[in-house]
Design a protein around this ligand. Structure first.
Ligand code: ADP
Ligand code: MG
Length: 794
């Protein structure tokens, strides 16, 4: 079926007639085309100026074709595809009496004349009976749509009308289905045919001029096929269905002479067929997104059975007489349109979890049996494969502890479950140890989040950590910070480290990084203020929050200031990179020169000392030589010069050289000392400069509000040098400093009070800030007065 093409297939079946209009209907030699020719002088209402020739191309013409051939041509392949999992639909379309019911259902009197439905039932159920791999269930339903009313033709006779009222076409995830329609499971052909033949034919059959037995309703017979098969232990399920549709007559009303009730029926039927045609046109147009399936019950029911993923075949039933040529033309047009619809049949395979579980259980019991057999053959009858008991787990646990302690070298392994339990227990031990280590660290140290600058700064003040957080790193342990000093019992350690840092302070200043560490300390800060006569600015968060712009010296060009000033340690690193880079470079250069001089100096000192030692030794040796000479008696030459032995002579020469060397070394050392002193002064000055520049930069960048900074800038309302910055901000006391001092005293005794004091400090800072702001406002109004006052104060 798929191979034939991607379109709906359409066939024409001509009802045998003694009056077949040979000159009107002509078949092509390939049996796939049909030409209609109407003579211009035809009596039956054909107007002369109308078209008289039509040519239709189809997938096959069934003329004088047996039911057998009709089935083979139209249905066999489609049914096979449905058995493999693709949905299929066969529709018979045509005027009343053209042979739709004959094609679909056939004549019940003669077996040879049976139609597509009984033959499809036969094909499906015979195939199912022969299949060995899959478990197939076949079910059937029979629906009639008459005047937009749904009727279940297979409903039990005593079911009454209640069931029919409830029936409705509904869209569900699996596709369209008819609620309330009975679906009957059939195990063999006979059972299915019985249901079909005994179907409650409550179809309304109207008296009709064309054919007394013609149906005025649409009948849809559906065969549902569900195949289950196993892929390893997975149970897969393939669902498919075959819709076999006998449509109501397509003839136009005028011709049949219907009246009253029949006319109304015909109107309904024609309307649903018109909607069917509209849906077909929409389906055939690839640009159309919407197909008006829901306009009628018929099209709604056929929503997932026309084109799309469904193999679709149309049989256009026509009459061969010239009298019906217009209906024939209409049916052929419909058939041609159907052929434009694209189809892409797909297999619908789903998983059946319930059946899969069943299959897996079965497989497990089978494998257990197999295992038991293997064990008995291998004499391993004691092995148990069931889940471990609590006692067994406890035994494994104890073995692991013994193994970790080194009491045993091996852990008994009996089966796979045990191996898994051993690993599980090891994991637990690792977890427990992690917790233990963390708890131990916590009991010894205060853990601080590296990114919590405020806490880090506070910790730096009390000497708990250095800039690089060397004492403890929070991120290593994944914990939140504890902004508190060490516990009372750890006070000694904390005090010691704080003292150490103070002691090491000046020495550690020799490294650039350590300089940063010393920055926020109170002692360091006091040196700065005395040097520069600029007091430390307030660290008020609120002051920093004011929509201030960074000054020219500000480190970042980003117009947005951070909501709270960074810690000084962090800011200092930034300052060294940016505004303070030149002075920092000079500072470093000077420091390296100083370091080199010191090294040289100590090397020279060492050398002098060793010379000194050597001199002593030579002196001693000479002394003993002299003693020996005196003892043996002295020799003199003719000129009265004392004659000494060669050994003594060499010693004297060496002594002379060493003395000279000592003198040079000593002179060099003196020079070096002077140089070192000079360099040390340079370094100190550089350091002070660096720190004071940083303090100014920090205040300007993070603490002074924008309008104050603007006022201080050239051309601003305050002339430079007139008012010191601290006066501008009206800062009487540095709260941050006092808080930090207080923290040092109070916090070690009561770490829980940290948040209380923090909050207190923030409130005080706010007050200070608003005081500063209001005085600034006053200052703006009367600049001379306030400037004078500021001057007076300064
Ligand atoms: P429809 O269902 O289209 O109204 P039917 O199938 O009831 O028409 O056909 C009307 C009559 O014509 C029936 O008596 C049927 O047996 C007969 N008939 C239709 N097609 C054929 C055919 N191909 N061979 C023999 N008889 C046919
Ligand atoms: Mg019929």
């Amino acid at each position: 079926m798929h191979a034939v093409g991607k379109k709906v297939r359409a066939f024409v079946r001509v009802k045998p007639s003694a009056h077949f209009a040979q000159d009107v209907i002509k078949f092509g030699a390939d049996n796939k085309s049909i030409d209609i020719h109407i003579q211009k002088d035809a009596k039956k209402g054909v107007v002369n100026n109308k078209q008289t020739e039509w040519s239709f191309r189809l997938d096959g013409v069934l003329h004088h074709a047996s039911q057998d051939l009709a089935y083979q041509t139209v249905a066999e392949e489609l049914v096979s595809a449905a058995l493999a999992g693709c949905n299929g639909t066969i529709m018979c379309y045509g005027q009343t009496g053209a042979g739709k019911t004959y094609t679909m259902m056939g004549a019940t009197a003669d077996y040879r004349h049976r139609g597509i439905i009984p033959r499809a039932i036969q094909q499906v159920l015979r195939t199912v009976a022969r299949s060995v791999d899959a478990l197939v269930t076949v079910r059937i339903s029979y629906l009639e749509i008459y005047n937009e009313t749904l009727t279940d033709l297979l409903a039990a006779p005593n079911g009454g009308g209640a069931g029919e009222v409830q029936m409705a076409v509904v869209d569900c995830p699996q596709g369209v289905c008819v609620r309330g329609l009975s679906v009957h499971s059939v195990s063999d052909e006979e059972e299915a045919l019985n249901l079909l033949f005994e179907a409650r034919r409550s179809k309304v059959i109207a008296e009709h001029t064309l054919n007394k037995n013609s149906s005025r309703s649409h009948c849809i017979f559906t065969i549902y096929i569900e195949s289950r098969f196993s892929v390893c232990s997975d149970v897969r399920c393939v669902h498919s269905k075959i819709n076999l549709i006998d449509l109501a007559g397509s003839e136009r009303l005028s011709k049949t002479g219907s009246a009253g009730q029949v006319l109304r029926e015909a109107a309904y039927i024609n309307r649903s067929l018109a909607f069917l045609e509209q849906s077909v046109i929409a389906l055939a147009d690839p640009k159309r997104e919407h197909v008006p399936f829901r306009q009628s019950k018929l099209t709604h029911v056929l929503k997932d059975s026309l084109g799309g993923k469904c193999n679709t075949v149309l049989v256009a039933n026509i009459c061969g007489e010239a009298l019906h040529v217009e209906e024939t033309l209409s049916s052929l047009r419909f058939a041609t349109r159907m052929r434009w619809i694209t189809v892409e049949p797909v297999l619908k395979v789903t998983c059946d979890p319930e059946s899969t579980v069943k299959a897996l259980k079965k497989e497990i019991s089978l494998l257990k049996q197999e295992l038991a057999m293997h064990d008995s053959l291998a004499n391993r009858s004691l092995v148990n494969y069931d889940s471990l008991t609590d006692d067994q787990i406890a035994e494994i646990k104890s073995q692991i502890h013994k193994y970790l302690q080194g009491a045993i070298d091996e852990i008994d392994i009996m089966n796979f479950r045990q191996v898994q339990e051993v690993f599980k227990q090891f994991k637990q031990v690792v977890r427990e140890q992690e917790c233990e280590v963390e708890a131990r660290l916590r009991s010894k140290y205060v853990l601080i989040d590296k990114n919590d600058f405020v806490t880090v700064a506070a910790a730096q003040k009390v000497g708990a950590v250095d800039v690089d957080h060397h004492l403890l790193r929070e991120q290593d342990l994944g914990t939140r910070p504890t902004p508190a000093s060490p516990r009372p019992d750890e006070k000694k350690r904390s005090v010691m480290s704080s003292e150490q840092s103070k002691k090491e302070g000046p020495r550690r200043l020799s490294s650039g990084r350590d300089l940063g560490a010393c920055l926020p300390s109170t002692s360091q800060a006091s040196i700065l203020t005395s040097d520069l006569d600029v007091r430390k600015s307030t660290k008020s968060d609120d002051a920093a929050n004011v929509d201030a712009q960074p000054s020219k010296a500000a480190p970042v060009e980003d117009p947005q200031r951070p909501s709270s000033p960074p810690s000084k340690a962090v800011a200092f690193e930034q300052f060294k990179e940016e505004s303070g880079s030149v002075i920092n470079r000079i500072f470093k250069e000077n420091k390296s020169i100083l370091l080199a001089r010191r090294k040289r100096s100590s090397a020279v000192t060492r050398r002098i000392n060793s010379i000194k030692q050597e001199l002593e030794e030579i002196r001693k040796a000479l002394e003993s030589q002299k003693q020996e000479r005196m003892h043996q008696g002295e020799y003199v030459d003719e000129d009265g010069h004392l004659i000494v032995e060669e050994k003594e002579f060499l010693l004297i020469m060496k002594l002379k050289d060493l003395k000279e060397e000592y003198r040079c070394g000593y002179a060099e050392l003196q020079d070096l000392k002077a140089e070192i002193q000079y360099c040390q002064r340079l370094v100190d000055r550089c350091r002070n400069k660096l720190i004071s520049e940083f303090e100014i930069w920090y205040s300007e960048s993070f603490l002074i509000p924008t309008h104050v900074r603007n006022a201080l800038q050239p051309g601003g309302s305050i002339r430079p040098g007139m008012v010191p910055i601290n006066r501008v901000l009206c800062l009487e006391e540095d709260e941050q400093d006092s808080f930090e001092r207080m923290q040092e005293v109070v916090l070690p005794c009561g770490p829980d009070s940290a948040s209380f004091y923090k909050a207190k400090m923030k409130t005080e800072q706010k007050h200070t800030y608003s005081r500063a702001m209001s005085s600034l406002k006053r200052m703006r109004k009367k600049p001379e007065h306030v400037t004078a006052a500021g001057k007076g104060k300064a």
